[in-house]
Design a protein around this ligand. Structure first.
Ligand SMILES: Nc1ncnc2c1ncn2[C@@H]1O[C@H](COP(=O)(O)OP(=O)(O)OP(=O)(O)O)[C@@H](O)[C@H]1O
Ligand code: SF4
Ligand SMILES: [Mg+2]
Length: 316
Protein backbone atom coordinates (compact mmCIF):
# COMPACT_ATOMS: atom_id res chain seq x y z
CA UNK A 1 0.00 0.00 0.00
CA UNK A 2 2.73 2.45 0.91
CA UNK A 3 4.38 3.05 -2.43
CA UNK A 4 6.36 6.09 -3.50
CA UNK A 5 3.77 7.24 -6.07
CA UNK A 6 1.47 8.20 -3.22
CA UNK A 7 0.71 11.86 -2.54
CA UNK A 8 0.25 11.32 1.20
CA UNK A 9 1.72 8.46 3.19
CA UNK A 10 0.82 8.19 6.84
CA UNK A 11 2.91 5.55 8.61
CA UNK A 12 2.53 4.25 12.15
CA UNK A 13 0.99 7.51 13.32
CA UNK A 14 0.34 7.71 17.04
CA UNK A 15 -1.19 10.73 18.73
CA UNK A 16 -1.40 11.02 22.50
CA UNK A 17 -3.21 13.55 24.66
CA UNK A 18 -2.08 13.91 28.26
CA UNK A 19 -4.12 15.64 30.93
CA UNK A 20 -4.10 15.27 34.70
CA UNK A 21 -2.83 11.72 35.23
CA UNK A 22 -4.56 10.38 32.14
CA UNK A 23 -3.11 9.43 28.81
CA UNK A 24 -5.33 9.06 25.76
CA UNK A 25 -3.91 7.57 22.62
CA UNK A 26 -6.53 8.93 20.23
CA UNK A 27 -4.69 7.64 17.15
CA UNK A 28 -2.76 4.39 17.43
CA UNK A 29 -0.45 2.98 14.80
CA UNK A 30 -2.45 4.29 11.85
CA UNK A 31 -1.03 3.78 8.36
CA UNK A 32 -2.71 4.62 5.07
CA UNK A 33 -1.92 6.41 1.87
CA UNK A 34 -3.62 8.62 -0.68
CA UNK A 35 -2.94 8.93 -4.39
CA UNK A 36 -3.38 12.11 -6.40
CA UNK A 37 -7.06 12.73 -7.02
CA UNK A 38 -8.23 10.30 -4.32
CA UNK A 39 -11.09 11.30 -2.08
CA UNK A 40 -10.57 9.32 1.10
CA UNK A 41 -13.36 9.12 3.68
CA UNK A 42 -12.53 8.61 7.34
CA UNK A 43 -15.63 7.19 8.98
CA UNK A 44 -16.28 6.11 12.55
CA UNK A 45 -18.38 6.77 15.63
CA UNK A 46 -17.92 9.86 17.77
CA UNK A 47 -14.65 9.75 19.73
CA UNK A 48 -12.96 7.26 17.40
CA UNK A 49 -10.14 9.71 16.65
CA UNK A 50 -11.16 11.02 13.22
CA UNK A 51 -10.54 14.71 13.93
CA UNK A 52 -7.35 13.96 15.85
CA UNK A 53 -6.06 12.08 12.82
CA UNK A 54 -7.11 14.78 10.34
CA UNK A 55 -5.67 17.61 12.38
CA UNK A 56 -2.43 15.75 13.13
CA UNK A 57 -1.72 15.50 9.41
CA UNK A 58 -1.39 19.30 9.31
CA UNK A 59 0.00 19.54 12.85
CA UNK A 60 -3.00 21.45 14.14
CA UNK A 61 -3.63 18.93 16.90
CA UNK A 62 -2.39 19.65 20.44
CA UNK A 63 -1.58 15.96 21.10
CA UNK A 64 1.94 14.53 20.80
CA UNK A 65 2.47 12.79 17.48
CA UNK A 66 4.98 10.14 16.39
CA UNK A 67 5.41 8.13 13.22
CA UNK A 68 5.51 9.88 9.87
CA UNK A 69 3.19 11.86 7.61
CA UNK A 70 4.83 12.29 4.21
CA UNK A 71 3.46 14.62 1.59
CA UNK A 72 5.29 13.90 -1.66
CA UNK A 73 8.00 12.29 0.42
CA UNK A 74 8.47 15.19 2.88
CA UNK A 75 7.71 14.35 6.50
CA UNK A 76 5.34 17.00 7.83
CA UNK A 77 6.04 15.95 11.42
CA UNK A 78 9.66 17.04 10.99
CA UNK A 79 9.06 20.49 9.44
CA UNK A 80 10.03 23.71 11.20
CA UNK A 81 7.25 26.17 12.10
CA UNK A 82 8.23 28.35 9.14
CA UNK A 83 8.11 25.42 6.71
CA UNK A 84 4.80 24.39 8.21
CA UNK A 85 3.32 27.85 7.72
CA UNK A 86 4.25 27.72 4.03
CA UNK A 87 2.80 24.25 3.64
CA UNK A 88 -0.58 25.12 5.13
CA UNK A 89 -2.74 26.69 2.49
CA UNK A 90 -0.36 26.20 -0.38
CA UNK A 91 -0.01 22.40 -0.12
CA UNK A 92 -2.61 21.27 2.40
CA UNK A 93 -5.63 23.13 3.69
CA UNK A 94 -8.43 22.38 6.10
CA UNK A 95 -12.19 22.93 6.03
CA UNK A 96 -13.91 22.67 9.41
CA UNK A 97 -17.46 21.80 10.37
CA UNK A 98 -18.74 25.16 11.48
CA UNK A 99 -18.49 27.87 8.81
CA UNK A 100 -19.30 30.64 11.34
CA UNK A 101 -16.28 30.04 13.54
CA UNK A 102 -13.88 29.75 10.59
CA UNK A 103 -14.52 33.31 9.39
CA UNK A 104 -13.64 36.49 11.24
CA UNK A 105 -16.98 38.23 11.93
CA UNK A 106 -15.53 41.76 11.89
CA UNK A 107 -13.77 41.49 8.53
CA UNK A 108 -15.35 41.61 5.09
CA UNK A 109 -15.24 38.38 3.07
CA UNK A 110 -13.03 40.15 0.53
CA UNK A 111 -10.45 41.20 3.13
CA UNK A 112 -10.21 37.63 4.44
CA UNK A 113 -9.91 36.09 1.01
CA UNK A 114 -7.50 38.70 -0.32
CA UNK A 115 -5.26 38.14 2.73
CA UNK A 116 -4.85 34.47 1.79
CA UNK A 117 -3.26 35.63 -1.46
CA UNK A 118 -1.25 38.60 -0.14
CA UNK A 119 0.36 36.56 2.64
CA UNK A 120 1.56 34.21 -0.07
CA UNK A 121 3.19 36.95 -2.16
CA UNK A 122 0.44 38.29 -4.48
CA UNK A 123 0.00 42.07 -4.85
CA UNK A 124 -3.36 43.54 -3.83
CA UNK A 125 -4.79 44.01 -7.34
CA UNK A 126 -3.97 40.45 -8.36
CA UNK A 127 -5.29 39.18 -5.00
CA UNK A 128 -8.58 41.03 -5.56
CA UNK A 129 -9.04 39.67 -9.09
CA UNK A 130 -8.25 36.13 -7.94
CA UNK A 131 -10.62 36.43 -4.97
CA UNK A 132 -13.55 37.49 -7.19
CA UNK A 133 -12.79 34.69 -9.64
CA UNK A 134 -12.61 32.19 -6.81
CA UNK A 135 -16.02 33.16 -5.44
CA UNK A 136 -17.39 32.57 -8.92
CA UNK A 137 -15.69 29.14 -9.01
CA UNK A 138 -17.41 28.10 -5.78
CA UNK A 139 -20.79 29.19 -7.12
CA UNK A 140 -21.30 32.54 -5.42
CA UNK A 141 -23.23 34.95 -7.66
CA UNK A 142 -22.19 38.63 -7.94
CA UNK A 143 -18.75 37.90 -6.51
CA UNK A 144 -17.60 41.53 -6.44
CA UNK A 145 -20.60 42.52 -4.36
CA UNK A 146 -20.05 39.52 -2.07
CA UNK A 147 -16.45 40.48 -1.43
CA UNK A 148 -17.85 43.56 0.33
CA UNK A 149 -20.13 41.50 2.61
CA UNK A 150 -19.50 40.60 6.22
CA UNK A 151 -19.90 36.94 7.23
CA UNK A 152 -23.23 37.55 9.03
CA UNK A 153 -24.71 38.79 5.75
CA UNK A 154 -24.23 35.35 4.17
CA UNK A 155 -26.23 32.16 4.67
CA UNK A 156 -24.58 29.08 6.20
CA UNK A 157 -24.20 27.46 2.79
CA UNK A 158 -22.65 30.64 1.31
CA UNK A 159 -20.22 30.88 4.23
CA UNK A 160 -19.15 27.29 3.69
CA UNK A 161 -18.58 28.11 0.00
CA UNK A 162 -16.35 31.01 1.09
CA UNK A 163 -14.39 28.69 3.41
CA UNK A 164 -13.98 26.22 0.57
CA UNK A 165 -12.81 29.10 -1.64
CA UNK A 166 -10.18 30.00 0.97
CA UNK A 167 -9.13 26.37 1.24
CA UNK A 168 -8.56 25.99 -2.50
CA UNK A 169 -7.23 29.54 -3.12
CA UNK A 170 -3.60 28.51 -3.44
CA UNK A 171 -4.27 25.29 -5.37
CA UNK A 172 -3.33 22.91 -2.57
CA UNK A 173 -2.66 19.26 -3.34
CA UNK A 174 -4.74 18.02 -0.43
CA UNK A 175 -7.80 19.35 1.39
CA UNK A 176 -8.80 17.89 4.74
CA UNK A 177 -12.50 18.47 5.35
CA UNK A 178 -13.73 17.64 8.87
CA UNK A 179 -17.52 17.19 8.83
CA UNK A 180 -17.80 20.04 6.29
CA UNK A 181 -21.55 19.81 5.87
CA UNK A 182 -22.92 18.57 9.18
CA UNK A 183 -23.86 22.10 10.30
CA UNK A 184 -25.91 22.65 7.12
CA UNK A 185 -29.42 21.60 6.23
CA UNK A 186 -29.86 18.65 3.89
CA UNK A 187 -30.48 20.56 0.64
CA UNK A 188 -27.52 22.87 1.17
CA UNK A 189 -25.41 19.90 2.26
CA UNK A 190 -26.11 18.18 -1.07
CA UNK A 191 -25.07 21.33 -2.99
CA UNK A 192 -21.84 21.69 -1.02
CA UNK A 193 -20.96 18.01 -1.46
CA UNK A 194 -21.53 18.36 -5.20
CA UNK A 195 -19.25 21.41 -5.23
CA UNK A 196 -16.53 19.59 -3.25
CA UNK A 197 -16.64 16.65 -5.64
CA UNK A 198 -16.59 18.85 -8.75
CA UNK A 199 -13.67 20.92 -7.46
CA UNK A 200 -11.76 17.81 -6.60
CA UNK A 201 -12.26 16.49 -10.13
CA UNK A 202 -11.60 19.70 -12.08
CA UNK A 203 -8.65 20.81 -9.94
CA UNK A 204 -7.29 17.30 -9.38
CA UNK A 205 -7.46 17.91 -5.66
CA UNK A 206 -7.00 15.03 -3.29
CA UNK A 207 -9.20 15.05 -0.27
CA UNK A 208 -9.66 13.55 3.16
CA UNK A 209 -13.30 13.78 4.16
CA UNK A 210 -14.05 13.11 7.81
CA UNK A 211 -17.63 12.13 8.47
CA UNK A 212 -19.92 9.94 10.53
CA UNK A 213 -22.41 9.94 7.66
CA UNK A 214 -21.96 7.08 5.21
CA UNK A 215 -24.27 8.88 2.79
CA UNK A 216 -21.86 11.84 2.68
CA UNK A 217 -18.90 9.53 2.11
CA UNK A 218 -20.82 7.73 -0.64
CA UNK A 219 -21.58 11.03 -2.36
CA UNK A 220 -17.97 12.14 -2.57
CA UNK A 221 -15.34 9.45 -1.87
CA UNK A 222 -13.68 6.65 -3.80
CA UNK A 223 -11.67 5.28 -0.84
CA UNK A 224 -12.62 4.77 2.79
CA UNK A 225 -10.97 4.03 6.12
CA UNK A 226 -13.04 2.83 9.06
CA UNK A 227 -11.81 4.07 12.44
CA UNK A 228 -12.49 2.60 15.85
CA UNK A 229 -10.80 3.46 19.15
CA UNK A 230 -8.00 5.29 17.33
CA UNK A 231 -7.29 2.40 14.95
CA UNK A 232 -8.05 1.83 11.30
CA UNK A 233 -10.02 -1.40 11.12
CA UNK A 234 -10.66 -1.56 7.40
CA UNK A 235 -9.32 0.40 4.43
CA UNK A 236 -10.28 -0.07 0.80
CA UNK A 237 -12.20 1.30 -2.13
CA UNK A 238 -15.57 2.70 -1.19
CA UNK A 239 -17.24 0.18 -3.51
CA UNK A 240 -15.61 -2.83 -1.82
CA UNK A 241 -16.01 -1.68 1.75
CA UNK A 242 -19.57 -0.43 1.36
CA UNK A 243 -20.94 -3.31 -0.67
CA UNK A 244 -18.87 -6.11 0.80
CA UNK A 245 -17.57 -5.10 4.25
CA UNK A 246 -15.17 -7.61 5.81
CA UNK A 247 -14.59 -6.36 9.35
CA UNK A 248 -17.43 -7.15 11.78
CA UNK A 249 -17.48 -3.51 12.89
CA UNK A 250 -17.78 -2.29 9.30
CA UNK A 251 -20.45 -4.87 8.62
CA UNK A 252 -22.59 -3.53 11.42
CA UNK A 253 -21.93 0.09 10.46
CA UNK A 254 -22.81 -0.36 6.84
CA UNK A 255 -26.36 -1.21 7.69
CA UNK A 256 -26.87 2.51 7.65
CA UNK A 257 -29.98 4.04 9.09
CA UNK A 258 -31.92 6.76 7.29
CA UNK A 259 -32.44 9.89 9.37
CA UNK A 260 -34.52 12.34 7.38
CA UNK A 261 -32.74 12.31 4.04
CA UNK A 262 -29.41 11.46 5.66
CA UNK A 263 -27.93 8.06 6.20
CA UNK A 264 -26.28 7.93 9.60
CA UNK A 265 -24.20 5.21 11.27
CA UNK A 266 -26.26 2.49 12.83
CA UNK A 267 -26.17 2.73 16.63
CA UNK A 268 -24.34 -0.43 17.70
CA UNK A 269 -25.04 -2.44 20.80
CA UNK A 270 -22.57 -1.74 23.59
CA UNK A 271 -20.63 1.44 24.24
CA UNK A 272 -17.90 3.31 22.44
CA UNK A 273 -14.80 2.31 24.44
CA UNK A 274 -13.30 4.59 27.08
CA UNK A 275 -10.17 5.84 25.31
CA UNK A 276 -8.28 6.16 28.59
CA UNK A 277 -9.02 2.54 29.51
CA UNK A 278 -9.20 0.42 26.38
CA UNK A 279 -9.88 -3.32 26.44
CA UNK A 280 -7.05 -5.79 25.78
CA UNK A 281 -6.62 -7.53 22.42
CA UNK A 282 -8.98 -6.43 19.68
CA UNK A 283 -10.49 -3.15 20.84
CA UNK A 284 -13.82 -4.14 19.30
CA UNK A 285 -14.05 -7.50 21.12
CA UNK A 286 -16.55 -6.42 23.83
CA UNK A 287 -19.05 -5.56 21.08
CA UNK A 288 -18.15 -8.22 18.53
CA UNK A 289 -20.53 -11.17 18.14
CA UNK A 290 -17.64 -13.34 16.87
CA UNK A 291 -15.06 -12.61 19.61
CA UNK A 292 -13.06 -15.62 20.84
CA UNK A 293 -10.20 -16.04 23.34
CA UNK A 294 -7.55 -14.96 20.85
CA UNK A 295 -9.49 -11.74 20.15
CA UNK A 296 -9.47 -10.92 23.87
CA UNK A 297 -5.69 -11.12 24.20
CA UNK A 298 -4.03 -10.42 20.85
CA UNK A 299 -4.69 -7.27 18.88
CA UNK A 300 -5.10 -8.02 15.15
CA UNK A 301 -2.91 -6.13 12.70
CA UNK A 302 -4.21 -4.40 9.59
CA UNK A 303 -3.47 -6.89 6.83
CA UNK A 304 -4.27 -7.29 3.19
CA UNK A 305 -7.39 -9.37 2.59
CA UNK A 306 -9.54 -9.63 -0.50
CA UNK A 307 -8.31 -6.43 -2.17
CA UNK A 308 -8.41 -4.22 0.93
CA UNK A 309 -6.88 -4.04 4.42
CA UNK A 310 -8.63 -5.51 7.45
CA UNK A 311 -7.66 -5.79 11.13
CA UNK A 312 -9.49 -8.92 12.31
CA UNK A 313 -8.36 -12.42 13.28
CA UNK A 314 -11.22 -13.87 11.29
CA UNK A 315 -11.37 -12.58 7.74
CA UNK A 316 -14.90 -12.86 6.50
N1 LIG B 1 -7.59 18.25 23.19
C1 LIG B 1 -7.87 17.06 23.71
N2 LIG B 1 -7.41 16.70 24.94
C2 LIG B 1 -7.69 15.47 25.46
N3 LIG B 1 -8.42 14.53 24.82
C3 LIG B 1 -8.92 14.83 23.61
C4 LIG B 1 -8.67 16.11 22.99
N4 LIG B 1 -9.30 16.13 21.78
C5 LIG B 1 -9.88 14.91 21.65
N5 LIG B 1 -9.66 14.15 22.74
C6 LIG B 1 -10.11 12.76 22.97
O1 LIG B 1 -9.55 11.95 21.92
C7 LIG B 1 -10.49 10.99 21.47
C8 LIG B 1 -10.73 11.17 19.98
O2 LIG B 1 -11.37 12.43 19.78
P1 LIG B 1 -11.66 13.00 18.32
O3 LIG B 1 -12.22 14.37 18.51
O4 LIG B 1 -10.47 12.88 17.48
O5 LIG B 1 -12.80 12.00 17.80
P2 LIG B 1 -13.79 12.14 16.56
O6 LIG B 1 -13.82 10.79 15.92
O7 LIG B 1 -13.40 13.29 15.71
O8 LIG B 1 -15.19 12.40 17.28
P3 LIG B 1 -16.45 13.27 16.74
O9 LIG B 1 -17.14 12.41 15.69
O10 LIG B 1 -17.29 13.44 17.97
O11 LIG B 1 -15.95 14.56 16.18
C9 LIG B 1 -11.73 11.17 22.33
O12 LIG B 1 -11.65 10.26 23.40
C10 LIG B 1 -11.60 12.60 22.84
O13 LIG B 1 -12.25 12.76 24.07
S1 SF4 C 1 -10.52 -9.77 15.91
FE1 SF4 C 1 -12.12 -10.96 16.90
S2 SF4 C 1 -13.22 -9.49 18.22
FE2 SF4 C 1 -12.02 -8.33 16.75
S3 SF4 C 1 -13.42 -7.93 15.09
FE3 SF4 C 1 -12.29 -9.78 14.53
S4 SF4 C 1 -13.56 -11.47 15.29
FE4 SF4 C 1 -14.31 -9.60 16.28
MG1 LIG D 1 -14.40 15.06 15.13
Amino acid sequence: MLQSDKLLEVQNLRVTYRFEDKKIRAVDDVSFSIREGDRFAIVGESGSGKSTLGLSIVRLCPGEASGSVRLNGIDILKLSQEELRKLRGSDISVVFQDPSSALNPVLRIGDQLIEVFTTHGYDKTEAYTRSAKLLETVGIPEPEKRLMSYPHQLSGGMKQRVIIAMAIALNPKLVIADEPTSALDVTIQAQILKLIKELSETKKLSMILITHDIGVAAEVCNEIGIMYAGRMLEIGTFEDVFHNPKHPYTQSLMTCVPKGLKCVLKPLPGNVPDMSNLPSGCKFHPRCPYANDKCKTIEPKLEKADGRYVACHAVW
